[in-house]
Design a protein around this ligand. Structure first.
Ligand code: NDP
Ligand code: MG
Length: 361
């Protein structure tokens, strides 16, 4: 029996995980869960799984969050919290002796400069849940890669000439994945891919020159690696987050059977296109950030979060998201953030600049 803490149990990733545990009963004991605003749903989950403890993280202090996480005795934590608050939770999970199945990509983008050293010194593992990184993680177990090829669905605007006058409801219509609101908007700007490029750098140690992005509309190949001999290895499965989530929380401790339906090759067409860096400026900015490193990834993430929220609230246009991010990145973030406090300082500073940019628009 493997024991699990689910942070963000009420969201898209949390729900997918719970559904699979209900369906296949793979030998996982859920020890506790967290929600943010949806206490009703958390209560239902708690009673369904034997009155397990739950915490609503909204309004909780760092001490309260930390003491909850430390009080739960679990082998592994699935961190499916949306946004930058996920980093603190990741650090507390590691410190409390849990491995982390990490969906919260913000943890890696913001804490990349120290997170992996910290996990190593504590003897803990961080296993990626993001489908692209899960694919690469498993491919790297069998092969030595010279570069990474990250696939992108291209989002809902891949065929539009430009993204002027894009409406919120259009941006929320993702062609292949059903996800939370923030990541769905990020998939429309390709900021999600930008965050994933940065995430791949910190997770696997590849530099900008050795990370490619290819638009693959079908979302069947989740990513690829190139070997120095010239071969390419791909990981394929139907577009369904259940497999990367279960592979991460299982981490080879469980036998997973038929987690997703078999991929059918009848009439399967796979296409690949070069991304348009002019139209999708958030992707270009992410590669610029990777060149500069320092605390630029933190600034990129913070500016994007503030701008996406403003877009969702109807305060700025879709194209303003990259304008705001570009403005914030024009400031100096060259010093890397090597601890949580430094991350917070840079994050706060970048958010302030993003709000300033929004006022100036
Ligand atoms: P959702 O918005 O669907 O769910 C977010 C979860 O986090 C909910 O349980 C929510 O609680 C909780 N939450 C929201 N804000 C906070 C906060 N400030 N502090 C603590 N908890 C909070 O997001 P997703 O499930 O789509 O995404 C979660 C993470 O996984 C993100 O980092 C995303 O980038 C990543 N990811 C998601 C994928 C997907 O397919 N959805 C794919 C790959 C990565 P409540 O519902 O109670 O408000
Ligand atoms: Mg992804």
């Amino acid at each position: 029996m493997r024991s699990l803490l689910i942070l963000g149990a009420t969201g898209s990733i949390g729900t997918t995980c719970l559904n699979e545990i209900r369906r296949s009963n793979p030998g996982i004991e859920i020890k506790a869960i967290s929600c943010f605003s949806n206490e009703e749903k958390a209560k239902e989950i708690s009673s369904e799984f034997g009155d397990i403890p739950y915490i609503c993280l909204s309004g909780k202090t760092k001490e309260e969050i930390s003491s909850f996480i430390h009080s739960i005795d679990a082998d592994i934590a699935l961190n499916a919290i949306a946004g930058s608050d996920g980093l603190f939770a990741t650090l507390e999970c590691l410190k409390s002796g849990k491995d982390v199945a990490l969906a919260n990509k913000e943890s890696v983008v913001m804490g990349g400069a120290f997170l992996f050293d910290m996990a190593k010194s504590l003897g803990r593992r961080i296993i990626p849940v993001d489908s692209e990184h899960s694919a690469i993680y498993h491919l790297l177990e069998g092969h030595e890669a010279s570069s990474l090829v990250i696939t992108a669905s291209g989002g809902p605007f891949i065929d539009r000439k430009d993204t002027k006058d894009v409406k919120l409801e259009d941006a929320l219509k993702h062609p292949t994945w059903k996800m939370g609101r923030k990541i769905t908007i990020d998939s429309a700007t390709l900021a999600n891919k930008g965050l994933e490029v940065i995430e791949a750098h910190y997770l696997f140690g590849f530099e900008k020159e050795n990370i490619e992005v290819t638009v693959h509309r079908q979302s069947v190949i989740h990513s690829m690696i190139r070997t120095k001999e010239g071969g390419v290895y791909a990981q394929m499965s139907p577009p369904d987050m259940t497999l990367p989530i279960m592979a991460a929380i299982s981490d080879k401790h469980l036998e997973l059977l038929n987690v997703v339906r078999p991929l059918s090759f009848d009439n399967l067409t796979l296409t690949f296109e070069k991304p348009d860096f002019e139209k999708f400026k958030m992707l270009k900015l992410a590669f610029d950030v990777l060149e500069k490193k320092g605390s630029y990834p933190i600034a990129y993430n913070a500016a994007n979060e503030v701008a996406v929220e403003a877009f969702i609230n109807g305060e700025i246009s879709f194209d303003d998201i990259s304008r705001v991010t570009d403005y914030v990145l024009s400031f100096d973030y060259s010093i890397p953030s090597i601890n949580f406090e430094m991350v917070c300082d840079n994050d706060t500073h970048a958010r302030m600049l993003a709000k300033e940019a929004i006022c100036k628009l």
